[in-house]
Design a protein around this ligand. Sequence first.
Ligand SMILES: Cc1cc2nc3c(=O)[nH]c(=O)nc-3n(C[C@H](O)[C@H](O)[C@H](O)COP(=O)(O)O)c2cc1C
Length: 363
Amino acid sequence: MGILKELEEPPRNRDGKNEGKGETKSDGKGEGKGERRDEPLDLAELRKALGAFVTGVTVVTTLDEAGTPRGFTANSFTSVSLEPPLVLVCIAKASGSYPVFAGARGFAVNILAEDQRHVSSTFASRTADRFAVVNWAPGPAGNPVFEGAAAWLDCEMHDTHEAGDHLLLIGRIVGFESRPLPPLGYCRGAYMTFSLEQRAVAHADSHTRIGAILEWERSVLLLGAEDDGPLALPAAPRIGSTDEPESLLGMLTALGVEAQLGFLFAVFESEQGRALHVYYRGSARPMGPLASRARFFAFADIPWHRLGDEQVRKMLRRYVNERLEDRFAGGSGRPGRSGRSGQSGHAGRSGGSAPPGPKSDTR
Ligand SMILES: Cc1cc2nc3c(=O)[nH]c(=O)nc-3n(C[C@H](O)[C@H](O)[C@H](O)COP(=O)(O)O)c2cc1C
């Protein structure tokens, strides 16, 4: 919570004394950026800052009074103490399962494996029967623990603490299990899968194609030479740099797109097994009029039939579905700037309004 602390405490000078109002100097370029401001914090920006913290993803479960399993996706999990063994998770008071967890005798924390993104999305959604997507069994403390999770910890309730709009649930671990599965990661509103990085690095050679799913204002960049002809995601033999026309970044620059690559999204072999395709997700922004073969398509308007490569089509569908489900999108995939100039080629924003943000969650 270093950033919050910085914002809450008045800046101190070298003698450790608070600097008086009006004495602080700031050119807005560095030293003065974290100083206390009297105006209210920009919560959207604050969520973005908090979203830079890389976490795992858990589903926290319990049983309600009727014995019905309840659960929600949480990345506010942390370990607290080994002796006694305590863990902590924060639940939003505004969430539907708050009353159940606030009065629960215990809870289990299921640390998701990287192939359980759909479990995370389901337990963060309004799906009625969330537990239909997992095989589960009661853990030693009676709370639902998931098959296929990287680890689970079943806890008795040790304590609860109110903290602003959240309640801290502190559990004492009574049983746990862990498996050697790669865990699912989360940062800046996007899932991260660590084994993808390893596969991409291990297999990268001259047959590798590096591509990108680039998002701008809830639309994706696709390339195609003809009006109704085939479309493809931008891809090249290497990432390169903006001044290398043969590379991905160079090609994007030539198309008039400023791109920022984020995390790896998918790695797969072509159907003939000859090439390895490595796809990043990232954000983009037109720098001016786009080249005629480049165009941003709103999520709702993607002409799926024109995406010739089936593997690419499936991958992009998965991306769009995840983005539509993600009510917590904080940063990744959404441009940090509002550059609206040169929108030519943009396919409109139908279905592209920003998703409702969570009441005050930092996810
Ligand atoms: C990656 C991720 C992490 C989340 N972490 C938390 C969390 O730590 N605490 C929380 O209250 N909600 C968190 N949420 C939001 C809840 O999962 C979401 O609001 C869920 O719908 C709550 O369900 P409920 O309203 O039925 O309780 C997170 C969502 C996602 C996608």
